[in-house]
Ligand binder design. Structure first.
Ligand SMILES: *Cc1c(COP(=O)(O)O)cnc(C)c1O
Length: 402
């Protein structure tokens, strides 16, 4: 490597957009403009002594399960974006979620989690952890007294997703972090829906933030990826060894795609938020739409909390149409531009019917508890021309009434 752009302290002073374009860059001897893709498993040592030294110090690169230059660039750019002490990338968002918890919990510990969780996160907390003696209590994350009541002497972690999929239900990160810290627990926040731009869990008091970078960071529907961000001590004492020895490493190729995705993240998220606000207002004005849930609207039951802890509305609009599942299905099948997919954060607008897809696994009572109705649809707004999305929605609403 030659001509490193700037030292990390200088990079921390850069504005957001600059950090996302240049942050963490490692330029090779060829002086390439675009970050290099180091598609290599291992690294060659000039001598036996150098190999011995590198293993001893763990400095430099040894094997790409532990560290890789392209992955390191992505981790550092994410660290600069989040303002965290350290970051580690993983193969998927779920690898990030499970590693963030399993790296420091042990049998006998207890987790308190908000029950409005991404399906697989709920599996990790509700089914997987208890198999290894880590018990869990799922609560209503919007109710501060429920967090307090769930604390036990062995509670070591609080876990939540906010805003949560698909109802955009919110958890007060600052208040919940205070309760957790009073109980000696670590707060882990899944910040996917807010994106790293619109909500800063670490500044609000959380200890660890996780992302599925599959979503907005890639933002163009290509690669799976994840990242865990926290203090240097958390990464050094717990996360690093867990990842190194269990191996859910991010592929250098996927890291490279994510790294380039970060360069345009603010432009994309800003554009998506603006279009989502237009779409949400349009839906709210329709009499055949019975409910609109959007973080930017003042009619959301937790509007004040969104205002306090988020700097933008996000790009997911959840709404409910009259006529339950049959009408929802007619609506979906009449769409011509908005695509049916359970993914989100893509440049393409994507829509899903949570009750029969992402939340199908839950019993009807559990869905009702989360406020997921049969006529509910979750729309991830993309980067299309707003008028085209609205025309597609209006055409599908007309078809849903037949
Ligand atoms: C998608 C998602 C995940 C899982 O991420 P993968 O990259 O699909 O493994 C976790 N949490 C939330 C909130 C998500 O939206």
């Amino acid at each position: 490597m030659s001509k490193q752009p700037a030292d990390p302290r200088e990079q921390e002073e850069w504005g957001l957009e600059t950090r996302l374009v240049h942050g963490g860059g490692l330029r090779s001897a060829f002086g390439e403009t675009s970050e290099a893709l180091f598609l290599t498993q291992s690294y060659i040592y000039a001598s036996a002594e150098e190999a011995e030294e590198r293993f001893k110090s763990e400095g430099g690169f040894i094997y790409s399960r532990y560290a890789n230059p392209t992955v390191a660039m992505f981790e550092e750019r994410m660290r600069l974006l989040e303002g965290a002490g350290a970051a580690r990338a993983t193969a998927t968002g779920m690898a990030a979620v499970s590693a963030s918890l399993l790296c420091f919990l042990k049998a006998g510990d207890h987790i308190v989690a908000a029950r409005a969780l991404f399906g697989s996160c709920r599996y990790v907390v509700e089914d997987l952890c208890p198999r290894f003696g880590i018990t869990s209590t799922l609560i209503d994350g919007g109710d501060l007294s429920a967090w307090e009541r769930a604390v036990r002497p062995n509670t070591r972690a609080f876990f939540c997703e906010t805003p949560a999929n698909p109802t955009l239900y919110r958890v007060d990160i600052r208040a919940v972090s205070e309760i957790a810290h009073g109980a000696g627990a670590v707060v882990v926040v899944d910040n996917v829906f807010a994106t790293p731009l619109l909500q800063k869990p670490l500044e609000l008091g959380a200890d660890v933030v996780v992302y599925s970078t599959t979503k907005h960071v890639d933002g163009q529907g290509r690669c799976l990826g994840g990242v865990v961000l926290g203090s240097q001590a958390y990464v050094k004492d717990h996360l690093h060894n867990f990842l190194k020895h269990t191996g859910p490493s991010l592929s250098p190729f996927n890291a490279w795609v994510m790294l380039k995705g970060l360069e345009t993240l603010p432009l994309r998220v800003r554009g998506q938020c603006e279009t989502a606000a237009i779409v949400a207002d349009h839906l709210a004005g329709r009499t055949d739409v019975t409910r609109v849930l959007f973080c930017g609207r003042s009619d959301h039951p937790q509007a004040a909390l969104a205002k306090r802890q988020m700097s933008g509305p996000g790009q997911v609009v959840t709404f409910e149409i009259a006529g339950g599942k049959p009408a929802a299905f007619r609506f979906l099948n009449a769409l011509r531009l908005i695509r049916l997919s359970n993914n989100l954060g893509d440049a393409k607008s994507l829509i899903t019917h949570p009750a029969t897809t992402t939340h199908q696994r839950l019993k009807p009572e559990a869905r009702a508890e989360l406020g997921i109705s049969e006529g509910m649809l979750r729309l991830s707004v993309g980067l299309e021309t707003p008028g085209d999305l609205i025309a597609d929605i209006d055409r599908a609403l007309a078809a849903s009434r037949i």
